[in-house]
Write a protein that binds this ligand. Structure first.
Ligand SMILES: Nc1ncnc2c1ncn2[C@@H]1O[C@H](COP(=O)(O)OP(=O)(O)OP(=O)(O)O)[C@@H](O)[C@H]1O
Length: 321
């Protein structure tokens, strides 16, 4: 029977312009090739269902065959690590992600910190992710999407995980339906043990950001993290100095409780970019506790994260060149 696809033109009303790459009607069988690039699993299924039911409503169509195609989604994973806990790695991850989103990127965050998953608190969202076709759907907050071990288990429970259990749960986060996310930041657990190693091997990040306070102790541990990245061939995209100077809100005098400048010197010594310095700021601590990331607002803290995000994008471009 002749192929006369004209009646299928109707389907343009169902799919966004250009998504239907080819259409054919032969012997009552409608065959469509549909480009689903950039759509998450749910949107793909929804589009397929709508096209199928619309096609079956067209006179002369008795069967519908749909092939979905997608251009390879280019996605960059960046690990955020520190040698030591409590230096602000999670705070940096959240705010860097939001600053990247404000710079126009589609950003996801994986909270892989088994010792203290804190992204739900930092992002002020206790929403649990749904699963579709056995894949988790990241939760949206402050213009980014995120998944956290803290959403899969109760607070404090992940701490008891070791080995395969932790690795299995982390794999679910990495293999989730990240849709059109272009950059995914992974908030690593502090330290350089087996969990970090497995995670890096699974996620295969394009690079890593290492955060440290200017204290010697934090810096010594940061060097261990840098070594681990080096051993796994994960380029260090840059170092960030957190909790540097403190400006007294009363008298305005600036002091350096943990010292200042050592992280920048370390970056120069090992030949990696210094991405920037964040002050020790009561506003950062208070906003983080309240689930209102400073990067989502305005002011000097938000500007500092925006600057870090810009430098990270430059470092990513340089690493890819
Ligand atoms: N620049 C800053 N100024 C003030 N407080 C900060 C700053 N950075 C982080 N903090 C606070 O320090 C505490 C630890 O930060 P955070 O949880 O981000 O560290 P971490 O390195 O991820 O720790 P862990 O590895 O234990 O999860 C939090 O209370 C956070 O609000």
């Amino acid at each position: 029977m002749a192929d006369t696809a004209a009646p299928l033109a109707e389907l343009d009303k169902v799919a966004d312009a250009g998504r239907i790459r080819s259409r054919k009607l032969d012997g009552g069988i409608a065959t469509l090739v549909v480009d689903v690039t950039g759509l998450g699993d749910q949107d793909r299924s929804a589009l397929e269902r709508s096209l199928r039911s619309a096609a079956l409503g067209i006179a002369g169509v008795s069967e519908v065959r749909i092939a979905l195609t997608a251009a390879q989604q280019s996605r960059t994973i960046v690990a955020v690590g520190s040698g030591k806990g409590g230096v602000g790695k999670s705070t940096l991850t959240t705010n860097l992600a939001i600053a990247l989103a404000r710079a126009g990127k589609r950003v996801g965050v994986i909270d892989a910190d088994i010792y203290g998953p804190s992204q739900p608190t930092l992002l002020g969202s206790e929403e649990k992710p749904r699963a579709e076709n056995d894949r988790l759907i990241p939760v949206a907050a402050h213009g980014i999407r995120f998944l956290s071990l803290g959403q899969l288990v109760g607070a404090g429970q992940a701490l008891a995980w070791r080995g395969p259990m932790a690795t299995g749960a982390l794999s679910r986060l990495i293999e989730a339906d990240w849709g059109d996310c272009e950059i995914i930041l992974v908030d690593l657990p502090p330290g350089t043990g087996d969990v970090q190693l497995t995670l890096l091997q699974k996620a295969r990040p394009a690079g890593a950001v290492v955060v440290s306070t200017p204290q010697d102790l934090s810096l010594i541990d940061a060097r261990r993290a840098i070594d681990l990245f080096g051993k796994l061939n994960v380029p260090v995209l840059g170092l960030v100095e957190n909790m540097a100077s403190y400006v007294c809100p009363h008298c305005g005098e600036s002091s350096d409780p943990f010292g200042t400048g050592s992280v920048e010197r370390e970056a120069a010594a090992i030949g990696v970019p210094f991405l920037g310095r964040l002050p020790l700021s009561r506003a950062i601590r208070a906003a983080s506790d309240e689930g209102v990331p400073p990067a989502s607002g305005t002011g000097s803290e938000s500007d500092a994260f925006a600057e870090l995000a810009g430098k990270l994008l430059t470092a990513l471009d340089t690493a890819a060149a």
